[in-house]
Design a protein around this ligand. Structure first.
Ligand code: F6R
Length: 242
């Protein structure tokens, strides 16, 4: 694993954006696996800036997001589809039809999971998967458990995740209790993985994930087995790593 040390959030965002921009430049028709949450917002902002200066072209790229809340419509202000539209897609020239987020309103959850896995397969897998890391070690919404789950699945969010994500809602009660998430399989098959971590609250889990045993109790620990991971972290998130 390549660890890149950044000073702060902005520095992390610029450095990680440079890695993703290199991917887009090397393979303009690449498949980007994308994440939501606070960690990638600065990275997306930087990509938008480079795009607006004419330095980055998304016209041949496609994207597949990690997850979506069950029960939220694409235009719900808390949905991950809306997050992606507002934080990236509407500001760059990626074709809307080439962007993919699980359908939170799917009538048949099993069929939705199968559809998403087929979509990832038909895209030829993911060239670069961007990940944040939950305080409990989740990646996507692959929550700590007794086994790694390979395929897209519907998951009950961990209490810790509900607590962490309530900052985006009026109250914890409003955080959806379930989500669709890409499984560990396509993440591990991604040709490259880019992880962004920021802030002191991530220091403990980053250490466990990188230096502890590989266990489904810390889903991000599986990344120790991936041959091409770049982790960009700020000083606070990396302070427990030598
Ligand atoms: C988001 C996702 C989650 C987040 C994680 C960290 O699509 O899949 O795994 O990356 O919860 O969230 P932040 O970046 O808000 O700390």
């Amino acid at each position: 694993m390549k660890i890149i040390r950044a000073t702060d959030y902005d520095d992390m965002s610029r450095k990680a954006a440079a890695v993703m921009a290199a991917q887009l430049t090397l393979k303009p028709n690449c498949v980007l696996g994308l994440a939501t949450g606070s960690s990638p917002v600065g990275l997306y902002r930087q990509l938008i800036e480079w795009h607006q200066k004419g330095e980055l072209d998304f016209s041949s790229a496609s994207s597949i997001n990690l997850d979506e809340y069950v029960g939220l419509s694409p235009d719900n202000s808390q949905s991950y589809r809306r997050f992606m539209n507002e934080n990236l897609f509407h500001h760059v020239n990626i074709k809307p039809e080439n962007t993919h987020v699980p359908n939170g309103l799917a009538a048949d959850p099993k069929a939705e999971c199968a559809r998403y896995d087929a979509l990832i397969r038909e895209a030829g897998g993911i060239d670069m998967q961007l990940l944040g890391m939950g305080n409990n070690g989740h990646i996507g919404f692959n929550e700590p458990g007794e086994a790694f789950v390979k395929d897209t699945h519907r998951v009950a969010l961990a209490q810790n995740t509900i607590e962490a994500n309530k900052r985006f809602f009026e109250s914890a009660d409003e955080v959806p209790r379930e989500a669709y998430t890409m499984g560990i399989g396509p993440i591990m098959l991604a040709r490259r993985v880019l992880v962004v971590v920021s802030g002191a609250q991530k220091a403990k889990i980053v250490r466990e994930a990188l230096c502890g045993p590989i266990t489904p109790a810390v889903p991000a620990s599986i990344l120790q087995l991936h041959p091409r991971v770049t982790l960009v972290g700020d000083a606070e998130a990396l302070r427990a790593i030598d």
